[in-house]
Write a protein that binds this ligand. Sequence first.
Ligand code: AMP
Length: 555
Amino acid sequence: MTLNEPDGAGTFADLELRPELLRALSGLGYEEPTPIQREAIPPLLAGRDLRGQAATGTGKTAAFALPVLQRTARSGGTAPVALVLVPTRELAVQVSEAFHRYGRELGTRVLPIYGGAPIGRQLQALQRGVDVVVATPGRALDHLSRGTLKLHEVATVVLDEADEMLDMGFAEDIEAVLEKTPGDRQTLLFSATIPARIDAIARRHLRDAVKIEIGREAPAPGEAPLVRQNAYLVARAHKPAALGRVLDVEAPSAALVFCRTRQEVDQLTETLNGRGYRAEALHGGMNQEQRDRVMARLRGGTAELLVATDVAARGLDIEQLTHVVNYDVPSAPESYVHRIGRVGRAGREGVAITLAEPREHRMLKAIERVTGQRIAVEKVPTVADLHERRLELARATLRETLLTDDLEPYRAVAESLAEEFDVMDMALAAVKLAHEATGGTTDEQEIPQVAAARTGEGHGGDRRSRTTASGMTRLFFSVGRRAGIRPQDLVGAIAGEAGLSGGNIGAIEITDKFSLVEVPQSAADDVISALQRSHIKGKKATVRRDRPAPSKRYR
Ligand code: AMP
C-alpha cells in the first residue's frame, strides 16, 4: 500500500475490527483510518511484531491500541495482558485515556502507572485486576521490585516514543522490565526517529518485525503546490483563540479549515460562529443536499469559512479558496500535501496555515522533509500585530475606494461637513470607520507563546555559575556521580515521574555525592512529591529544595 494516496480510502471496517471498536470510533467521529493505522493494524491483529517510525499526530496511539484491545478483549484475569511503556507521566495518562475511549464497550480495564500518583490507588487497581498497564519505565520497575506488578501474562508489549525514553536515560529500565515479560510476547516499538540505539533495541527484542515508516515517500514532482506555508505553535487550550487571531490577520476571502474528527468540526464551527465568523460545517455524515447548500453559501459569500474533515472535503474544488488551515497537524505528510493542494492551483495564490501543538513539532519537520518545502514557524500574532494589520487593511480599503470608486454622490455631504470641520479631521473619521469595518475590537487577550517541545539534550553537568535562573528553583538530590548518576538519569526521573518536559529542566550539576537540578518554580513542589523516596538508577534518593546557604557545602 502506498502512502501517496490519501484518497485510497479503506475504512476501519475493512480492517476487520470488532463491532464494539467500530462503534467507539464512529462515536468519536473518526471517519477513516490514518495511514499508519491502515498499515499497522492488519499485521498487528495477525500477531506480528512491528517497528513503526511515526511521530505524535500520526494516529499511532490508535494504531497500537485498537489491535491490543481486539486481541485482549475480556481477558478476565487479574494480571495484565498488555504493557505499554511511555517516557512521561503526561503520555501515560493520554495513552490510558485513548485505550479507555476505544475499549469502553469491551470493558477493558486500563491503568496508568507513573510517579507522583498516589501509590495506594495503583496498588488497589492492580490487586483488583487490570488488562492493560501503561507505565513509565521507572515506576514499572518500582512495582516489579515490590512484587505488585506481574508481567507473566503479558502477550503484547508496546514501547511508545522509544527515542524519548532513551533520551531520558530509561534504556536500562526498559531492558529490566522486558526481561520480566514472556519470551513469546508480541513486541511493538514506535519511535519518531530510528537512531542506531533504537535499531539495536529493535533487533534485540523484535522478531521478524513489520517495518512502517510514515513520512518517507516524497510526492511526485509537481504534486507539492507552491503556496505560502506557515505554522503556529500553540498550546491546545489556546487553539480556538489562536485560529481567530490568525484569521483576523490573514483576512481570507474563503478558507477551508481541516479538523480530524466530526466532533471537532462541529465544535469548532460553533466556536467560530460564536466569535463572529461565518463558518459552515461539512462532514461525512451530511447528505448531498446539505453539502450543496453549504457549498452554495460559501460560493455566494454568505459563509467565509468551511470547516471539514478530510473525508468530507474529498473532491471539493472551490475556486475562491485563498487559505487552507490545518487546525491540527495532518496525520501524514501525504495528507498535508493533499490538503494544501486545494489552494495554489492553476497559478492561483494560496496560503496554508497549520496550528501545531508543541509536541507535534516533529510532524512538521517530517512534512518539510517529504515536501522539500519549508514551513515557516511564526509567532501567533499579538494584539498589537492585529491592530497594525487592521489599520493596514483600513488604509488599503480607503486607497482602493479613492482610486476606483465614483465618489461624486458623496460630495455634497463632504462639503457641508467641511464648513464645520477641518478636512483632515474628516479624513480621520473616515479612517476610523474603515478601521472599525475590518472587524470587532473585542479581541484584546494575548495568546501565550510556546516553544517546541525539546528532549533531554544539552543538559551539561558542567555549569559553573551557581546563580539560579529567574523563575527557577534549585532542587537537591541525594545521589551523585558515585552512584553512577548522569544528567540524563535526572532528566529521565523528573520528566518521567513528574511530567515535566525535558526542555523545562534547567541547569544540572552533578557532584560526587549529590546533584542539583533547576526546575521551574511552579513545578518544584510537584517534582519533590513525585520523586519523594524514589529510586534513581536503582539508588534511593531524597529530593528537597536546595538550601539557600550554599557556601559551606561548596567549599
Ligand atoms: P496520536 O498520533 O496517536 O497522538 O494521535 C493524534 C490525534 O489524532 C489524537 O487526538 C487522536 O484522537 C486523533 N486520531 C487518531 N486516529 C484518528 C482517525 N483515524 N481519525 C481522526 N482522528 C484520529
